[in-house]
Design a protein around this ligand. Structure first.
Ligand SMILES: [Zn+2]
Length: 268
């Protein structure tokens, strides 16, 4: 599962509205929706693979042509907060209000109701899975409890990620506000991600790569992604799927779920 979290301007604005006056900072954030996304869409089209784009409501509202282009290319669009709000600071009613607002907004802008959700900062509240289930979402892609999808008690599918397969830790840097680290060499990142892919392939895992267009839309990182995807295609035995397709598969193939889990309620 290839995921693009199009945080764009919300990367800065969720920290402080005052950052709207900082033109260099904001232009770096805008690079994602304006330059990174079209370049990545071209790459995905060239390679013939589908992806899932998680987009904050604010970004979808402010970049409607980008949303149109993603839909036209056949990719899935999922929820990612309105202003990339950290859920840990929200009450359940506040979280629900944002969810409802963004469901309406993305349904209107894309012509279809979103099926999936990625929590901003990959962090959920104890009630989030139940909330998503109540609003008829198919899946959440925010937890990190396994390396194959699993189901919540209400039937909501979880497609787990991991920090290892994220570009922020590898490439994010900003001087002020201080974000990230010294950007990594793509050769090192290729090695990191490829080793995890090969081992996950052996273990029959779900490889969930999470990329941000303002980082992975930069030229050498687009080449890195091309090398990773063409390597996967050459290896074979890989299903490139959008989130809703994975959720559908998990629902209809209970035998595909993990059997050995010491603490799973079914084994207790
Ligand atoms: Zn994000």
């Amino acid at each position: 599962m290839l995921c693009f979290d199009v945080d764009g301007e919300t990367t800065a604005l969720s920290e402080s509205p005052a950052f709207a006056q900082r033109r260099t900072l904001m232009s770096q954030c805008e690079y994602g929706p304006r330059i990174g996304v079209p370049r990545l869409l071209d790459l995905l089209k060239h390679l013939g693979v589908p992806a899932t784009f998680f987009i904050p409501g604010y970004i979808a509202e402010n970049h409607p042509r980008m949303v149109e282009a993603i839909v036209a290319h056949g990719h899935e669009i999922g929820l990612h907060g309105y202003l990339h709000e950290k859920l840990a600071g929200l009450s359940e009613p506040e979280e629900e209000a944002i969810l409802v607002r963004c469901l309406d907004l993305l349904t209107r802008l894309t012509g279809r109701r979103p099926a999936g959700y990625r929590a901003p900062w990959f962090e959920t509240n104890p009630w989030t899975a139940a909330l998503l289930g109540r609003h008829a979402l198919d899946y959440c892609a925010s937890e990190m409890g396994d390396d194959v999808p699993y189901t919540h008690p209400n039937g909501l599918v979880e497609i787990p990620g991991q920090w290892l397969l994220e570009d922020w830790e590898q490439f994010a840097f900003n001087a002020d506000p201080a974000w990230g680290f010294i950007p990594e060499n793509c050769a090192k990142v290729y090695d990191l991600w490829w080793r995890e892919f090969e081992a996950m392939h052996d273990f029959g895992s779900c490889f969930v790569l999470t990329l941000h267009p303002w980082l992975s839309g930069r030229p050498s990182r687009v080449r890195l992604l091309e090398d990773i995807i063409t390597g996967m295609q050459a290896k074979g035995g890989v299903w490139f799927a959008r989130g809703h397709e994975i959720a559908g598969y998990v629902r209809t193939h209970p035998e595909a779920r993990r059997e050995i889990d010491f603490d799973h309620p079914a084994n207790a």
